[in-house]
Design a protein around this ligand. Structure first.
Ligand SMILES: O=P(O)(O)OC[C@H]1O[C@H](OP(=O)(O)OP(=O)(O)O)[C@H](O)[C@@H]1O
Length: 289
């Protein structure tokens, strides 16, 4: 277990655990006790969000964007010990467990992979393949960018912030790498949520690596280090054991939680409506109305 990384994740609130009896609303309309924003390891939530905004404008110019992003991440590496520690942990992992000599390119996909992939490429002295959600690819090497043409069977290591179900690999990253004549052999992420991503990568012929896997050990360590309390830990462990069952019990015991959400307006009320419409927790449609 990567103890230093776990501290970084809780210090920056990249992993946030809800107060007891107040789970988070996820976009799907389900509820749960924790949230993961790996990109906060850039240093802080504010700095990460500022960088995301910069990415949103810079990505409009695909040929200029890798260089501009590279400049920003280099400055941040000098400024933030947490960010530096994360990048150094990624390169150390590659040197220890993957053979850098056998890797020709590092790739990273729009947007949050770029927080990590560009500096890993620099530190391993490899060209970077900048991948875009619209299926474009640009090779960035020695400070200049070119269209990614036939890469002649080159071997690629993809570096990303987070893997959940590997849907972005399946939909875009692996097909683009294939289209430009290369092969994605490995994936290395900072955080694996252990929600099926590694299995999907396996089917795509990509080996899956992570610095931190989100299992009960991560939260037990966070509790030992006093980042979270025992009651928060218990809520997370119950959820990990049985995500739907534990949240169903919570809603049965706290019917006011759903009523408040419905009355609160905005995004939360929208998500609460989704929960009811889909009857995710088999509460019966009358619940909370
Ligand atoms: O395992 P997966 O199903 O691929 O999901 C994980 C990816 O999803 C998120 O990015 P998102 O697609 O939200 O794009 P963004 O980086 O532009 O925010 C996240 O930052 C990962 O890169």
């Amino acid at each position: 277990m990567n103890s230093q990384l776990i501290s970084y994740l809780f210090e920056t609130r990249a992993i946030r655990v809800c107060p007891k009896d107040s789970p988070f609303w996820y976009t799907s309309g389900k509820i749960g006790p924790y949230y993961i924003n790996t990109h906060f390891l850039f240093g802080s939530e504010e700095e990460a969000n500022r960088f995301l905004e910069r990415i949103d404008s810079l990505k409009e110019d695909k040929m200029a964007c890798s260089g501009a992003l590279h400049q920003i991440v280099r400055e941040q590496y000098q400024k933030s010990p947490i960010y530096k520690g994360t990048i150094d942990a990624l390169t150390a992992y590659i040197r220890e467990y993957l053979d850098p000599e056998a890797i020709d390119y590092i790739s990273g996909g729009e947007r949050r992979d770029w927080f990590f992939s560009l500096l890993v490429a620099e530190h391993l002295e490899k060209p970077h393949i900048t991948l875009f959600k619209d299926m474009d690819a640009v090779v960035y090497e020695n400070g200049s960018s070119r269209d990614a043409a036939d890469l002649k069977g080159a071997t690629v290591l993809h570096v990303a912030d987070l893997i959940t179900s590997a849907s972005s690999y399946e939909r875009a990253w692996v097909p683009i790498i294939h289209k430009i004549g290369a092969r994605m052999k490995h994936s290395l992420v900072v955080v694996d949520r252990l929600q099926g991503g590694a299995e999907v990568l396996g089917r795509l012929g990509v080996t899956s690596h992570a610095l931190v896997s989100i299992d009960r050990g991560v939260f037990e360590e966070a509790c030992r280090k006093h980042y979270i309390g025992r009651d928060q830990l218990q809520m997370v462990l119950d959820y990990m054991e049985d995500p739907d069952g534990s949240m169903r019990s919570f809603l049965m015991e706290h019917p006011e939680f759903l009523t408040h959400a419905l009355n609160s307006g905005g995004k939360t009320a929208e998500r609460a409506k989704l929960l009811i419409e889909n009857d995710f927790y088999k509460l019966g449609m009358e619940q909370g109305k």
